[in-house]
Design a protein around this ligand. Structure first.
Ligand code: PEP
Ligand code: MG
Length: 573
C-alpha cells in the first residue's frame, strides 16, 4: 500500500481500479523538403489541419470551451501561415515545423510566469500533437477505452483527452502534474469527478488494474489499499455522498449561522460553462469570474462583441444573482503569440493585471465597454485585480468614465449603477485599506496573491510550498485589518482566494468577520454545512485566540483541535 499527497483539484471520494493512461509522445520525423516538393508538403499540412479540426468537432459538441479554444488555435491564420512559411523558407517537413512553432509559442507563454498561463501551454502542445498525429496518420490512445470503475492515472491530461472521458465509467483522476487552475482540474470539477493532481510520480508506482482510492477533498491517493483503508474510504465516500445529497435539498436556503448571521456563499468560475455547476450547487452568485480564459487565443485579443456575448451569457444564466467579473489579470504582456514584449526578471512583481491594463488602455477600454454593455443582462459587479493604491483606482475611474461617456454618445444602453470593487491581494492595499474603502463599493480579498506577497513566497513554487502558509499570523492580521476597514466604511468585504474554500478555515474566517465567501462551486455545499452549524460568537472567540498566537503552526494546532472537536463527523470520518 502506498499513500501519495497532492493537490485537491476536484472534490469527492473514489474507489476504483487504476487505468494507466500514458500518452505516447509521438516521435517527430525531421527531414528536408526539396523546393519542388514544398507545395505538396504545404497541401499535406492543410489537409491535416482540416482533419484535425474535424476530429476535434467530432469529439464534443460546439460550445465546449476546450474544443472552441483548440479550434481557434487550429484556425488561427497566423499559425497556419507561419507553418507554411516555415516549410517554404526552411525546407523542412510539416511535422518538424509544427513542433518548432508549438515550442516557440509555448516558450513565450511559459515565460509569463503565472501558473495559469504555463498551464495553457498544454493546450498548444495538445493541438500540436493532434496535428502531428494527423500528419502521421496515427491513432491516439483514448480515455474512451477506460472500463467501468476506472481511476485515470496519468502524467497529465491533455485538455482534449478529457472530452472522451465518460463520467459513468471514470470515477476519479490522479495525475503527476497539474494545479487547481489546470484544465484537468476545471473539467473534473465541472463533471463532478474527484481529482487529485500534482502527485509528482504516481505513474511510476501504480500498475494497470490495481486497486486505488482517491480523496479529492483532502488531496490524498492510496494505491493498492489494504482492506482497512478501503473500508475507511468507503465510509468517507458514503458520508460525503450523503452530505452532498442532503445539501442539494438546502440549495435554496440562505447560508446562515446557528445564531442567524447571514453568510453569502458565491462561486468562482473560469469559463462560462461552469455556470451550471454554480446554480446546481446553490451558490448565491458569482464572486469571481476570472476573465482571462477569453484572452488565451494565440495572436489576438477577443473583440468587444465576443466578450460582450460571453459576459452576457453568464449574466443571463445567473438571473438576479450578482456576477462579479474581474477584469483581465494576465502576467503582463506575454500572453499569446503575437504579444511578445521584453522578458521580465520578476514577472510576479512585474507587469501584470491592472498594471498591464492601465498601460494598454485600448485593451482595457474594449473590455470595459463589453462589460458595461453586458450589464444590461443581469446583476453585474465590476472588480479590478492587483490594486496597490488609490492612484490606480483614480486612473480606472477616469477610464471608466470615458467609456461610459462613449457609450452614451453612441446611444448604447448600460447600467450606470454597476458596483465597482477591488481585489485586496497586495500588502500595500491591505495596509491602506482604510484609505481605499471610501473609494470603492466593495473589497474582495484574494488570498492566493495576498499570501504570496505578504510572505514573499512564490505561490507556484513547489520547493517552498511549506512556507506558503495561509494561517500565518501576518495573513490573519491583514485579513482582520481589511475587514475592519470595510466595516467602518460600511462596504462589503468578500474573500475569494482558495483559502475561502478550505473547510478547516471556515469558522476562523467567519470569526475574523468575513460573511461573504466565494469558492469553487463544488465546495459551496461543504462550506455551507459548516457555517450552518456554527455560532458567530464561538467563531469570534476562535479568531481572537488565533490572533494572539505567534506562529502558523500554533494557529494550525488551535484551528485543527477546534474543528475536529466541533465537526468530528466532517474531519475525522
Ligand atoms: C487570488 O489571488 O486570491 C485570486 C483569487 O486571484 P487569482 O488566483 O486569479 O490570482
Ligand atoms: Mg490574484
Amino acid at each position: 500500500m502506498l499513500e501519495f499527497a497532492g493537490i485537491s483539484a476536484s472534490p469527492g471520494i473514489a474507489i476504483g481500479r487504476v487505468f494507466l493512461f500514458l500518452e505516447d509522445k509521438l516521435a517527430i520525423p525531421r527531414y528536408p523538403i526539396a523546393p519542388s516538393n514544398v507545395e505538396a508538403e504545404q497541401r499535406r499540412f492543410a489537409d491535416a489541419l482540416e482533419r484535425a479540426a474535424a476530429e476535434l468537432r467530432a469529439l464534443a459538441g460546439a460550445g465546449n470551451p476546450v474544443v472552441e479554444a483548440h479550434l481557434m488555435m487550429l484556425e488561427d491564420p497566423e499559425f497556419a501561415s507561419g507553418v507554411r512559411r516555415g516549410v517554404a523558407e526552411r525546407n523542412r517537413n510539416a511535422e518538424w515545423v509544427v513542433a518548432e512553432t508549438v515550442d516557440e509559442l509555448s516558450e513565450r507563454l511559459g515565460a509569463a510566469g503565472t501558473a495559469y498561463l504555463q498551464e495553457r501551454t498544454l493546450d498548444l502542445h495538445d493541438v500540436g500533437q493532434r496535428l502531428i498525429g494527423q500528419l502521421l496518420e496515427h491513432r491516439r490512445p483514448s480515455l474512451a477505452d477506460a472500463p467501468e470503475g476506472s481511476v485515470i492515472v496519468t502524467r497529465t491530461l491533455m485538455p482534449s483527452d478529457t472530452l472522451a472521458l465518460d463520467r459513468r465509467r471514470v470515477v476519479g483522476i490522479a495525475a503527476d502534474a497539474g494545479s487547481r487552475t489546470s484544465h484537468t482540474a476545471i473539467l473534473a470539477r465541472s463533471l463532478g469527478i474527484p481529482a487529485v493532481l500534482g502527485l509528482s510520480d504516481i505513474t511510476r508506482h501504480a500498475r494497470q488494474g490495481e486497486g486505488i482510492c482517491i480523496d479529492g477533498n483532502r488531496g490524498v491517493v492510496v494505491v493498492e489499499p489494504d482492506s482497512d483503508t478501503r473500508a475507511r474510504y468507503a465510509r468517507r465516500k458514503a458520508a460525503w455522498e450523503e452530505a452532498t445529497a442532503r445539501l442539494a435539498g438546502l440549495n435554496d436556503l440562505p447560508a446562515e449561522t446557528l445564531d442567524g448571521k447571514l453568510v453569502t456563499l458565491e462561486a468562482n468560475i473560469e469559463v462560462p460553462d461552469e455556470v451550471d455547476a454554480v446554480l446546481s450547487h446553490g451558490a448565491d452568485g458569482i464572486g469571481l469570474f476570472r476573465s482571462e480564459f477569453l484572452f488565451l487565443q494565440p495572436g489576438r485579443f477577443p473583440s468587444e462583441d465576443e466578450q460582450e456575448r460571453a459576459y452576457s451569457a453568464v449574466l443571463r444564466a445567473m438571473g438576479d444573482r450578482p456576477v462579479t467579473i474581474r477584469t483581465l489579470d494576465l502576467g503582463g504582456d506575454k500572453i499569446a503569440a503575437g504579444f511578445a514584449f521584453a522578458a521580465e526578471a520578476n514577472p510576479i512583481l512585474g507587469w501584470r493585471a491592472i498594471r498591464y491594463c492601465l498601460a494598454r488602455p485600448e485593451v482595457f477600454r474594449t473590455q470595459l465597454r463589453a462589460l458595461l454593455r453586458a450589464s444590461m443582462h443581469g446583476n453585474l459587479r465590476l472588480m479590478f485585480p492587483l490594486i496597490s493604491g488609490p492612484a490606480e483606482l483614480e486612473r480606472i475611474r477616469e477610464i471608466l468614465a470615458e467609456v461610459q461617456a462613449g457609450l452614451t454618445r453612441d446611444g448604447v444602453p448600460f447600467r450606470g449603477d454597476v458596483p465597482v470593487g477591488i481585489m485586496i491581494e497586495v500588502p500595500s492595499a491591505a495596509l491602506i485599506s482604510d484609505l481605499l474603502a471610501p473609494r470603492v463599493d466593495f473589497f474582495s480579498i484574494g488570498t492566493n496573491d495576498l499570501i504570496q506577497y505578504t510572505l514573499a513566497v512564490d505561490r507556484g513554487n513547489e520547493a517552498i510550498a511549506e512556507i506558503y502558509e495561509p494561517l500565518h499570523p501576518a495573513v490573519l492580521r491583514a485579513i482582520r485589518a481589511v475587514v475592519e476597514a470595510g466595516r467602518r466604511q460600511n462596504i462589503r468585504v468578500g474573500i475569494c482566494g482558495e483559502m475561502a474554500g478550505e473547510p478547516l478555515y471556515a469558522v476562523l474566517l467567519l470569526g475574523l468577520g468575513l460573511v461573504d465567501f466565494s469558492v469553487s462551486p463544488y465546495l459551496v455545499p461543504e462550506i455551507k454545512t459548516i457555517l450552518h452549524a456554527c455560532d458567530s460568537t464561538e467563531a469570534a472567540t476562535l479568531a481572537d485566540d488565533c490572533l494572539a498566537l505567534a506562529t502558523p503552526s500554533e494557529v494550525r494546532a488551535v484551528v485543527t483541535e477546534f474543528m475536529h472537536r466541533r465537526f468530528p463527523e466532517h474531519f475525522l470520518a
